[in-house]
Design a protein around this ligand. Sequence first.
Ligand code: UD1
Length: 420
Amino acid sequence: MDKLLIHGGISLNGEIRIAGAKNSALPILAATLLTRETVQICNLPHLYDITTMLELLGCMGLEPVIDEKLNVEVNGGTIKHFNAPYELVKTMRASILVLGPLLAHFGQAQVALPGGCAIGSRPVNLHISALQKMGADIVVEDGYINATVDGRLKGAHIFMDMCTVTGTENVMMAATLADGQTIIENAAREPEVVDLANCLIAMGAEITGQGTDTIVINGKTSLHGCSYSVMPDRIETGTYLIAAAATRGRIKVKDTRPDILEAVLSKLEEAGADLRIGDTWIELDMHGKRPKAVSLRTAPYPAFPTDMQAQFTALNAIAEGTGSITETVFENRFMHVHEMNRMGASMHVEGNTVIVNGVTSLKGAPVMATDLRASASLIIAGLVSENETVVDRIYHIDRGYECIEEKLQLLGARIRRVPS
Ligand code: UD1
């Protein structure tokens, strides 16, 4: 298992390009199951989770083709099996996204029930109950969700008890081929939901209200192929900006979308970052100054994203002053706190809040990545530490960050991957 070796203490400086959004690309790949025609997907990020989703489509009999420009073409017409096995679902919970499309298009799906994960129990009850309301017959047994429907799913009025991103996406995809109108209330407003909706519209779906909490879908009898380019990754964008702020650096991130990062950018300004913003780029300059601690509370979009919480905890670790970070989306997302304390940080957890008293410097240590975003926060902590940090279990980071050590090297960081 590879590790990352970081020699900290260098201010990041330079320019990088942001990859396509993982959390858009995954549902868009699942959406290819809604048509028998070819869907071409451009700007896919090179990530382990994307490989897992392509593998999942492959084990159903699809043959994704990667062209010379690294775009992927998928044709749902060659499907032979309708199941998502546990071996793949356990490595990537987003595999649940094939449930809605399989059921809506082929009338059957067998998807392993995702278990809990490091950041909480993460049930999929809302996905299941919404599809049942649309007429699906669903039995959960032996660790599998077995779903069938006689004929087409029926449009339904669905109120989501909690704001769920993949839940909204699963139901929205299923509704595109349902008989009649589906209304999803308390829908997730995340930009990735909007990106998926735009791809579905390009495939012939009739959807309105994406980006608001009420999405209306008028079902069609079939969808067609299209070519679609995945939007830029807002979490990758934010992670590099925070890394630059924590190291008192100056960077420009290109090919991104500042308009979907408002909550994060305003916290960076509060931390003392000087920002310049264009249509597709963001420049951050700390003018060599130590960041100021910020307090924040995570919540569904457009509020502050839970996927950026750990990275801001790392920034607060070495910031001036005390900041409190409250997590309201997942129940157990503070595993990085203990690792950062081992590096000399001063933070403690009280319920769903972590109180961080900024220290002037951290000390490198061997640390363990526990989940995707926690790994990113440990890398940031390593970049601001004196001497060497070794981050173990970095397969987590490869799930969601494209060539992270190469991009950080481009920004001047001393970081390298070593096989263990
Ligand atoms: C997605 C993102 C993930 C992000 C999260 C919250 C993808 C592939 N992943 O995950 O990066 O951290 O949104 O922004 O897009 N819940 C239920 N029952 C359900 C579904 C969800 O109780 O049936 C709860 C969850 O336990 C959690 C909350 O709802 O507390 C939000 O989770 P959800 O939005 O569903 O997260 P994901 O879609 O899995």
